[in-house]
Write a protein that binds this ligand. Structure first.
Ligand code: KIV
Length: 267
C-alpha cells in the first residue's frame, strides 16, 4: 500500500482543521524507524544531539558535518513522517549566503525535507534566501539554546512586555519570510496562545502550553533516558534509564554466573 507522506502542506492543513501536530527529536536510524512506525508527524534532527548524543553542555559545539551524519541516519529509517534538520550554531549566522550554503548541504547530503534555524528579525534575510530556493524553513523563537551565553540561563523567556512584543513581531516576520512553522520554546502559555492564533502557519511548542498547534519533546527526556532533566513542562512516558539498568544488571549477572548462554542459545 502506498504510504501517505507528511509534507509541510499537511501541517498547514492540520492547523486549519485543528488537528494537533506531534513532533519528536531523533538522531539515528533505529529510533527514527520506531517513531515513524508509531505514526509521529514530524521528526526533528535537533542540534540537541550535541547534548544527548555527544554529551556537550550546550548545543554550540555540534558541527554541520555531524548534523548531516545524524540526519542521514534518521532519513534511512523513515517512510512517512516529515524530517526537519537543525542548522547548527555557526553555520548560518555569518550571512545569508552562508546560511543558504549550509541549508543546501543538508538537503543534498541527507535527504531531509526541511531545515530549522533559530532567531527572529536578524535571520529574516537568510530565511527569505533559503525559502526562495525551494527549501522549507521552520523558525524557532523564545528560548533559543544557541544564544544561551547571551541569556545566561534556561529560564522562561518573554515574560516581560518588551521581549513578548519583540517575539510577536518576530513571529509575523518569520511567517512573512516564508517559514512553514515556528517552534516556540519555553514562553508563557498565554503568549504562545496569542502568537498561535495570530499566525496562519502552525506553532510547535516546547514548554509553551497547550494552545500551540503542535508539541515537540526531546526523545531522551520523554523516554526517561536523561534522568537529570526535570523541567515542569516535561511529561515522561517511560523510565528507560531504570529499565536499561535492570536489563544490564541481569545480563551481567547471567554472564558471570554462566547462565548465559544456555544450550539453546548456542550452535
Ligand atoms: O534541538 C532541539 O532538540 C530543539 C527542540 C528542543 C525544539 O530545537
Amino acid at each position: 500500500m502506498e504510504v501517505k507522506k507528511i509534507t509541510t502542506n499537511t501541517l498547514l492543513k492540520m492547523k486549519a482543521s485543528g488537528e494537533k501536530i506531534a513532533m519528536i527529536t531523533a538522531y539515528d536510524f533505529s529510533f527514527a524507524k520506531l517513531f515513524d512506525k508509531a505514526g509521529i508527524d514530524v521528526i526533528l534532527v535537533g542540534d540537541s544531539a550535541s547534548n544527548v548524543m555527544a554529551g556537550h553542555v550546550t548545543t554550540l559545539p555540534i558541527t554541520l558535518d555531524q548534523m548531516i551524519y545524524h540526519a542521514q541516519s534518521v532519513v534511512r529509517g523513515i517512510e512517512r513522517c516529515l524530517v526537519v534538520v537543525d542548522l547548527p550554531f555557526g553555520s548560518y549566522q555569518g550571512n545569508s549566503k552562508e546560511a543558504l550554503n549550509s541549508a543546501i548541504r543538508i538537503m543534498k547530503e541527507t535527504g531531509g525535507h526541511s531545515i530549522k534555524l533559530e532567531g527572529g528579525e536578524e535571520v529574516v534575510e537568510s530565511i527569505k534566501r533559503i525559502v526562495s530556493t525551494g527549501i522549507p524553513v521552520m523558525g524557532h523563537l523564545g528560548l533559543t539554546p544557541q544564544s544561551i551565553y547571551q541569556f545566561g540561563t534556561y529560564t522562561v523567556r518573554a515574560k516581560e512586555e518588551q521581549e513578548a512584543a519583540k517575539l510577536k513581531r518576530d513571529a509575523l516576520l518569520l511567517q512573512e519570510a516564508g517559514c512553514f512553522a515556528i517552534v516556540l520554546e519555553k514562553i508563557p502559555a498565554s503568549l504562545a496562545k496569542e502568537v498561535s492564533e495570530g499566525l496562519s502557519i502552525p506553532t510547535i511548542g516546547i514548554g509553551a502550553g497547550g494552545d500551540c498547534d503542535g508539541q515537540v519533546l526531546v526523545m531522551h527526556d520523554m523516554l526517561g533516558i536523561n534522568t537529570d532533566f526535570k523541567p515542569r513542562f516535561l511529561r515522561k512516558y517511560l523510565n528507560l534509564a531504570d529499565q536499561i539498568n535492570g536489563a544490564m544488571q541481569q545480563y551481567i549477572s547471567d554472564v558471570k554466573s554462566k547462565d548465559f548462554p544456555n544450550e539453546k542459545e548456542q550452535y
